[in-house]
Design a protein around this ligand. Structure first.
Ligand code: MD3
Ligand code: FE
Length: 221
């Protein structure tokens, strides 16, 4: 019989706290990580959206994106006929984007650290809103100046099936279900993998209603 110092941590499964799932070499789903933060996040999110409301953007190819977007932080992401880019101002108001609220920033930094990325300094938070039927086609995120920082995403509301592809568009993506309160951290060798979101299924979330909101924190500048 093992003694009192039996090797509790010999089992690999015990090395990772329950709720952390590795989905790539340097990517992790932190199940429910944001749940204790929801009550602080939602009023902050509401304030950001009062200043920079969701809008549907048009890609350089002339397609209207089905997800509606906003941003907060020093930089926000926009797209129009002339291309994709980060900008310090909201093109609608021509004012700076709303500041990144404190709790949102702290949550992103703690999640990054939990996945092993210490000293994450996000300067941009993109906010995507999906109504049922909205999706995001496979793409890479390449507008950030450096790829050394991870991307942290927080899922709120209706569930989504996230597509986690490879380094070429034709690599068959893995499907990962994401639920309200889940946080995902992507970094290192996974940072430039293709990814997307399948069309959101109709439904009602008890807190968020008939929508999914995704926040992605990045170091863009
Ligand atoms: C993996 N958003 O805003 S979050 C995006 O659920 C975007 O709204 C999706 O893709 C959403 O660009 C997915 C996850 C995400 C974001 C950036 C990544 C995953 C990533 C960058 C590299 C690898
Ligand atoms: Fe993306």
């Amino acid at each position: 019989m093992p003694g009192p110092t039996a090797d509790l941590f010999a089992d690999d499964a015990l090395q990772q706290p329950a709720g952390r799932e590795q989905i790539g070499e340097e990517s992790y789903v932190l199940r429910g990580f944001a749940l204790p933060w929801i009550d602080r996040m939602l009023p902050e999110l509401r304030q950001v959206l009062a200043q920079s409301p969701f809008r549907q953007m048009v890609t350089p190819g002339g397609f209207t994106m089905s997800a509606a977007l906003s941003s907060c932080g020093e930089l926000g992401w926009t797209t129009d006929a002339s291309g994709y880019r980060y900008s310090p101002t909201d093109p609608h108001s021509q004012q700076p984007w709303p500041a990144m609220p404190n709790d949102l920033r702290r949550l992103a930094i703690l999640a990054a650290a939990d996945a092993g990325f210490i000293d994450f300094e996000p300067d941009a938070c993109l906010i995507n809103r999906y109504v049922p039927g909205a999706k995001m086609s496979l793409h890479q995120d390449k507008n950030e100046r450096r790829y050394s920082a991870p991307v942290v995403s927080v899922s709120l509301g209706l569930p989504a099936i996230f597509l986690f592809g490879g380094h070429t568009r034709s690599d068959r993506p893995k499907k990962v279900s994401l639920f309200h309160g889940d946080v995902v951290v992507w970094g290192g060798v996974d940072r430039l993998r293709f990814h997307g979101v399948l069309p959101i299924q109709a439904g009602q979330h008890p807190i968020m209603g008939p929508q999914r909101i995704n926040l992605t924190f990045r170091t863009a500048g």
